[in-house]
Ligand binder design. Structure first.
Ligand code: PLP
Length: 233
């Protein structure tokens, strides 16, 4: 099941790239493995997945030592400052930085272990999508400037969650807003290359709007079963 799902997703990515004049090599596919058991995760890794996404600090730090393949671990969820010390040692990229206080804590924990932590800033691009992320452009600029000055942070780009909706234009608006904010920052001296946007429901629109990282769970692993913990599946 999982290898077939991955092939279907990769096929759709390739076709949508072709249609919109993009190179599929510019796009990183992150398999979102939250609440997913080890058997499924190993199935995905055997099928060629190199990037996994988790949204809980504890689940991430429990899973990492159980997997012996080389994986780029992405942290996607809301991150509390007291959990940063568990995430920084294992995270390839943290997608969900949305305050100076959180960025400062990540910087401190990264300095402690002699690491430069790659990060993205989470932007709230619609009213309906989530309660997290920054929506005010000047606040975003201020946070980006803070990150640039922090010695142990490397700011790569922006991330957003689009509204869960059947309205494709509403979703597209959310993604184009993120792209425009990246342009705005780059015009002010930043060099951001990454746009983390697009999930199972909307990744083809995200490709058209310039996504460089897709975060896909359900289309790869099937519906998540929250009646059981990841250990029981
Ligand atoms: C769960 C999650 C995803 C993946 O969602 P699917 O709809 O299952 O593809 C992507 N991004 C974030 C931030 C998530 O929490």
């Amino acid at each position: 099941m999982i290898p077939e799902n991955i092939n279907i997703v990769k096929d759709k990515i390739n076709r949508r790239c072709l249609k919109s004049g993009r190179n599929p090599d510019e796009i990183r596919l992150i398999a979102v493995s939250k609440n997913t058991g080890l058997a499924s995760i190993c199935g995905a890794l055997e099928a060629g997945i190199k990037d996994l996404g988790e949204n809980k600090a504890q689940e991430l730090s429990e899973k990492v030592p159980l997997i012996d393949k080389t994986v780029n671990w992405h942290f996607l969820g809301h991150l509390q400052r007291n959990k940063v010390k568990y995430v920084v040692p294992v995270a390839f990229l943290i997608h969900s930085v949305d305050s100076i206080r959180l960025a400062g804590e990540i910087d401190q924990q990264a300095q402690k272990i002699g690491k430069v932590q790659k990060i993205l800033l989470e932007v709230k691009t619609s009213e309906e999508a989530t309660k997290y992320g920054i929506s005010d452009p000047s606040e975003l600029l201020e946070l980006a400037r803070f990150c640039k000055s922090a010695p142990a942070l490397e700011l790569l780009g922006l991330m957003t969650v689009a509204p869960y909706s059947d309205d494709k234009e509403l979703i597209r608006k959310s993604f184009s807003k993120l792209r425009n904010l990246k342009t705005m920052l780059n015009e002010r001296g930043f060099n951001l290359n990454e746009l983390s946007m697009g999930m199972t429901n909307d990744y083809e629109i995200a490709i058209e709007e310039g996504a460089t990282m897709l975060r896909i769970g359900t289309a790869i692993f099937g519906e998540r079963d929250y009646s059981k913990s990841w250990r029981e599946q």
